[in-house]
Design a protein around this ligand. Structure first.
Ligand code: GLU
Length: 490
C-alpha cells in the first residue's frame, strides 16, 4: 500500500459485452476515486479475450458512459502507455512471451487432450462422485507447444493460501480452488485468469478493485503470481449491489439498467456518481450530497463495506433532485426549454423562445420533477400545457364544491378582471398578485373566489395557485382566460 511509497495505479477492466451495468460503473468509480485521491493513475483496460461474447460497439459505449459521468482515464483505448495498448486483443505478444517464460520453467504445458477426451474424463469423475481436476490428468512428459493447443498452467504447489483483502481482512482458501487452468486458449487468446495478471504487472497496477465474486478464484491467481515470482497487488474486493429488498444481487430483471439509460431519463451525471459512491461505501459522516471533487477528497478504501449495498431508486431520485437544485438558472432554463421543444404537444409553441416566460415556469417545473424526463410526464399529465394554451374544460368545473351559483361565480371573476385591469404595475412576483386579490377572497370566501379563478386559468382541478398562474401568464392572457370563463357561465 502507501507504505511501499509507490504511486497508486488502479484500473477498470470491463469486457466489451455491450452493457454497462451500474455495478460495473460503481467499480470504475471506486477505482477512479482512489487513484485521483492519491494523485495516482487510472487505467481503462478492455478485456476482450472472449471473442464469442464480444458485442461490436461496446468499447465506444464504455468510453461514452464513463465520459458522461466524468470518470476520465489516464490510459485507455484511445491513449496508450509505455506498456502499449490497453486493449487486450492488441497485447497478444506479451501474453505469449510470459507463456514461454512459464514453459521454460516447466510450469506450463500444452493440453494433450481433445475436447471429447476431456468430456469423457469429466463424465467418469462424475460417475465416481469425485471432483474433476485437470491436474489429475496432467501428462508425465510435456510436448512442445505449437501455439495451437490450449496451454495449461502446471499448478506448482497444492496448498492453502492466505492473503489480505483491504475490505475483507484476512482470507484463506485451499486446494479445492487450485488446478491446471488454461493460460492461452486454442484460438491464441489468453484467459482472463492469465491476461489480467500479466497486464496488472506490466501496467504497474498497485490496487485491484473489483467485485467480490473474484475472491474464490484468488488462490489460482496467487499460485500464478508465485510461479511468475511476482508480488500480487493489493486486493480490494467490492461488495455487490443488491436489490432494494436486499434479497439478492441486483440483476437486469430487477430494473438494473444500462448506465446510459439513466442519461436518457435525465439524471445528472453528478447525481449518479454521488448515488453509486454511497453504495457500499460511506464517509462515516452525515453528509449525503457530494460533488465529484468532494467524493475524491472524502474517499477512503478502508471505509468500503463488506456487506452488499442496496439500490434504492427513490434515493437516486431524491439525490438527483438535490443536484438539480444546485444547477445555475440558465442551465435549468435551457434544459427545460430543450425538453419541451422536443415534446410533440407543445414543442412548436412560440413561448418556448421567450426566456422571461421560461424563467417563470422553471420554478414551477423544478418543484415537480426529480429528473428531466419527469417533464414529459408532467406534459403527459396535462400539467404544463395550460401555460402555453388556453385550457379546454367543462363549465361545471368552475363551481366551488359543485355549487352551481352562476351569479356569485361571475361576480367574483368580474371583480378580479377589474382589479387586474386597474393594477397598473406589471406583476413581478406571484406575491404581488396575491396582495391584490387575497383580502377580497378572504372576505368573500376563499374557495368561492379562488377556485373558479384558478380553474379559469388552468382548466384543471389541480394546478398551482391562481396568483402563480396570473404571474406566469401575465395580465392580458389572464384577463382573456377569465373572460372566457365568464362566457362559459352564460
Ligand atoms: N473483465 C473482468 C470483468 O469484467 C474484470 C475483472 C477484474 O477487474 O479483474 O469482470
Amino acid at each position: 500500500m502507501q507504505e511501499k511509497n509507490q504511486k497508486v495505479v488502479t484500473r477498470f477492466a470491463p469486457s466489451p459485452t455491450g452493457f454497462m451495468h451500474i455495478g460495473g460503473v460503481r467499480t470504475a468509480l471506486f477505482a477512479y476515486l482512489y487513484a485521483r485521491k492519491n494523485n495516482g493513475t487510472f487505467i481503462l483496460r478492455i478485456e476482450d479475450t472472449d471473442k464469442e461474447r464480444e458485442v461490436p460497439g461496446s468499447i465506444k459505449h464504455i468510453q461514452e458512459s464513463l465520459t458522461w459521468l466524468g470518470i476520465d482515464w489516464d490510459f485507455g483505448p484511445d491513449k496508450h502507455g509505455d506498456f502499449g495498448s490497453t486493449i487486450q486483443s492488441e497485447r497478444l505478444p506479451t501474453y505469449i512471451e510470459y507463456a514461454h517464460k512459464l514453459i521454460e520453467k516447466g510450469l506450463a504445458y500444452p493440453d494433450p487432450y481433445t475436447q471429447e477426451e476431456l468430456a469423457e474424463f469429466r463424465k467418469k469423475a462424475d460417475e465416481e462422485k469425485r471432483p474433476f481436476l485437470y491436474r489429475d490428468y496432467r501428462p508425465e512428459v510435456f510436448e512442445k507447444w505449437d501455439g495451437k493447443k490450449p496451454l495449461r498452467f502446471k499448478v506448482p504447489e497444492i496448498k492453502r493460501y492466505k492473503w489480505n483483502d483491504v475490505v475483507r481482512g484476512e482470507l484463506e482458501a485451499g486446494e479445492e480452488a487450485l488446478d491446471d487452468f488454461i493460460l492461452i486458449k486454442s484460438d491464441g487468446y489468453p484467459t482472463y485468469n492469465f491476461a489480467h495478471i500479466i497486464d496488472d504487472l506490466n501496467m504497474g497496477v498497485t490496487h485491484i478493485m473489483r467485485g467480490d465474486e473474484f475472491i474464490s478464484s484468488t488462490p489460482r491467481f496467487l499460485s500464478l503470481y508465485n510461479a511468475l515470482e511476482i508480488e500480487p497487488p493489493i486486493f480490494v474486493s467490492l461488495p455487490p449491489i443488491l436489490r432494494d429488498d436486499r434479497t439478492k444481487k441486483l440483476g437486469k430483471r430487477d430494473g438494473a439498467k444500462d448506465i446510459l439509460e439513466y442519461r436518457e431519463e435525465g439524471y445528472l451525471p453528478e447525481a449518479m456518481l454521488n448515488f453509486l459512491a454511497l453504495i457500499g461505501w460511506n464517509p462515516g459522516t452525515e453528509q449525503e450530497i457530494f460533488t465529484k471533487d468532494e467524493l475524491i477528497k472524502a474517499f477512503d478504501i478502508n471505509k468500503i463495506q463488506k456487506a452488499g449495498g442496496a439500490f434504492n431508486e427513490e434515493k437516486l431520485d431524491w439525490m438527483n433532485k438535490e443536484h438539480l437544485r444546485k444547477l445555475p438558472v440558465e442551465t435549468v432554463r435551457d434544459e427545460i426549454s430543450n425538453r419541451l421543444k422536443k415534446n410533440p404537444t407543445i414543442g412548436e409553441n412560440e413561448k418556448l423562445n421567450d426566456r422571461n416566460f421560461l424563467a417563470k415556469i422553471s420554478d414551477i417545473v423544478m418543484d415537480h420533477i426529480s429528473k428531466w424526463s419527469d417533464i414529459d410526464i408532467m406534459v403527459g399529465a396535462g400539467e404544463i400545457e395550460y401555460f402555453f394554451e388556453s385550457p379546454q374544460y367543462d363549465h361545471t368545473l368552475l363551481y366551488w364544491k359543485g355549487n352551481e351559483d352562476k351569479e356569485t361565480t361571475k361576480k367574483h371573476l368580474e371583480w378580479v378582471i377589474e382589479t387586474l385591469k386597474s393594477a397598473d404595475e406589471s406583476f413581478d412576483s406571484s406575491d404581488k398578485v396575491k396582495s391584490l386579490i387575497f383580502d377580497y377572497a378572504t372576505e368573500n370566501g376563499r374557495g368561492e373566489v379562488l377556485w373558479p379563478l384558478r380553474v379559469s386559468l388552468s382548466g384543471k382541478e389541480k394546478s398551482p395557485d391562481p396568483f402563480t398562474l396570473i404571474y406566469v401568464l401575465g395580465r392580458d392572457e389572464s384577463i382573456k382566460r377569465i373572460t372566457d370563463a365568464i362566457g362559459k357561465l352564460l
